[in-house]
Design a protein around this ligand. Structure first.
Ligand code: KG4
Ligand code: ZN
Length: 334
């Protein structure tokens, strides 16, 4: 069979990313331009600024990604792009670029779901076995997704308020760390001997949903009360208490779902998969219970375009192409 080469574009948030992926698993080129330094000054991602930055860099990156891949554009099988969810103005930049190339080069267009990308990032590392369970934890998402077969997604649980990464960033901010604060909280938590006792939010006994806003408020209360009493805040103890609470609930619900649905693998996906505490806890628990765990390397966990190429490959195999009048879908569901 002819090899499949997909040019993939991802601009749903604050990374401009372009990649060329062969057969949904071999990454020929993978470029990422992060806007973090720009958004840091604002303490978070400013949508309008994100769109403008994507416009500045996308064309050069497209050119470079094809050049670095070692193939020519006429060898491409399709052009894939994140259709949603994400910031609408940011998505549109990637979508317009991808449509234009698809039209100019006469290639099929493949609109791709951002979370399908995060999940199929695992396929860049290892073959996925079904049924599988994906724990998606990022700045915008917290979901447990059951994959009964290839490309068949069933969201069995999701956050009812804040995403895990979002909660990390808010807690980090309260502790005085710059955006994105997740990695700082992770580091402080691991270095601290002490932990503040914070609640675990389980919701209904049979629910796979999550809720993080109560925990976040509990952290903010500790921070405010300490400051009102004029005492010194033990930041490490707060970070560790928060991290322990988040991890315990994530691990417990993931393992319970693995059992209930007889899943053969647990796939950890999204930017928060970089969290060392979460990785260690999942590894330990999965080893103890003999459950196979897949965690992609860090650069495939955070937003990137290689993962979009991996997910788009599934659609390419089914000749599931997208019309050139495709719209950005900021709230696209899986
Ligand atoms: O997947 P991602 O790159 O972008 C989204 O699609 O949201 O995830 C970024 C999120 C940020 O909230 C960041 O603080 C969080 O992942 N993050 C972490 C860690 N590294 C990144 N959160 C906790 N611990 C970490 N080590
Ligand atoms: Zn993401």
């Amino acid at each position: 069979q002819e090899p499949c080469y997909i040019l993939a574009v991802e601009t749903s948030c604050d990374e401009t990313a372009v990649a060329v992926v062969k057969d949904g698993r071999e990454v020929l080129s993978n470029l990422i331009s992060s806007q973090i330094e720009t958004h840091k000054a604002f303490g978070g991602v400013v949508p309008e600024v994100a769109s403008r930055k994507h416009v500045e860099s996308i064309t050069y990156m497209l050119e470079e990604a094809v050049e670095k891949s070692g193939i020519t554009h006429d060898q491409l099988s399709a052009v894939a792009v994140t259709q949603g969810p994400g910031l609408v103005g940011a998505l549109l930049v990637g979508i317009v670029a991808a449509k234009t190339l698809a039209m100019a080069w006469d290639k099929p267009l493949i609109g791709t779901h951002h979370i399908a990308g995060h999940i199929y990032a695992n396929r860049l590392v290892q073959e996925i076995e079904y049924p599988s369970l994906a724990l998606v934890v990022s700045g915008g998402h917290t979901e447990l997704v059951l994959l009964e077969a290839e490309g068949q997604f069933k969201v069995i649980g999701a956050t009812r308020d804040d995403a895990v990464g979002e909660a990390y960033d808010k807690v980090a901010r309260a502790l005085g760390f710059p955006y994105p604060g997740g990695p700082h909280v992770d580091k402080m938590a691991l270095e601290s001997e002490e932990a503040v006792q914070l609640p675990r939010v389980w919701l209904e006994p049979d629910s796979y949903d999550f809720s993080l806003s109560g925990l976040k408020s509990a952290v903010l209360n500790v921070v405010n009360q300490t400051s009102m009493r004029g005492e010194n805040l033990n930041k490490g103890a707060v970070a560790r208490g928060f991290q322990e609470s988040v991890i315990e609930v994530l691990v417990e619900k993931a393992v319970r779902a693995m059992r209930e649905f007889g899943c053969r693998q647990l796939l950890l996906c999204g930017g928060v998969a970089a969290n060392r505490g979460l990785r260690a806890a999942l590894k330990e628990r999965c080893e103890r219970e003999n459950l196979p765990l897949l965690i992609p390397p860090h650069h495939y966990c955070t937003d990137n375009a290689a993962m979009i190429g991996a997910a788009a490959y599934l659609k390419w195999k089914q000749s599931e192409f997208t019309d050139l009048d495709m719209k950005a879908e900021p709230g696209l569901s899986l």
